[in-house]
Design a protein around this ligand. Sequence first.
Ligand code: ZN
Length: 236
Amino acid sequence: MNQLKFDSYNFVQVGKVIAHTDKFLVENEIIFIMIGSTGQQQPFVSPVSGVVTKIYVHENDILSYGSLILEYQECSHAVIYKDLCAVCGKKVDKTLEPSNSMQKVTAIEPAFSCVKTTRERAIKYDSDERNLLLRRRKLHLLIDLDQTLVHTSNSPNHYPSSDDIISFYLDHPVAQTLYTKLRPGVKEFLANLQSYYVFHIVTFGDRPYADAIVKLIDPKGTFFSHRILSRDDSIS
Ligand SMILES: [Zn+2]
């Protein structure tokens, strides 16, 4: 536990206290309003960040050098997005990462492959997800794209002429126009099973292709939302 103490040699009176316990305090957030000897008011902003566990200052208290302001618990940086802590916003390099084995959450949320969290949090997330599914009486259903929901070719002459061939341009991994035919009844299939399953796309296609195809099948994100696992999303 860390303590924040008043470090000015001037006496000040405490006005309104803004900070709350159990709330995350970020640096430069106002803790309380200071009232000076001539009545002028100015905010006392936090030089630290963390979860406030106890507040010692009350309205009308007089503070002097060394007076306790609050106790706080420093951020454990338990959720990291790229190299930034998702809780406090600090840049977190390897040396600041919690020692208890950070892991990517790709396996549980493939769309968030840049997010890392502690093993404990990942396990809790996984169990919360499972309990939610049990309450909804649903199962996960992993669905492939190619030769399952769609067929795609890079040749305009692959299919006999038909108005249900959708062409689209992708510039990755090479710039090309692709021609996709949805499996007949694919949207009805998904709509009929949606009350029993949470769908995930699992494809060997790369991420831009997977995103483009899912947009064709599910433009509003009703069936798959962000649950797309492509070969670009490493599972570790
Ligand atoms: Zn943090």
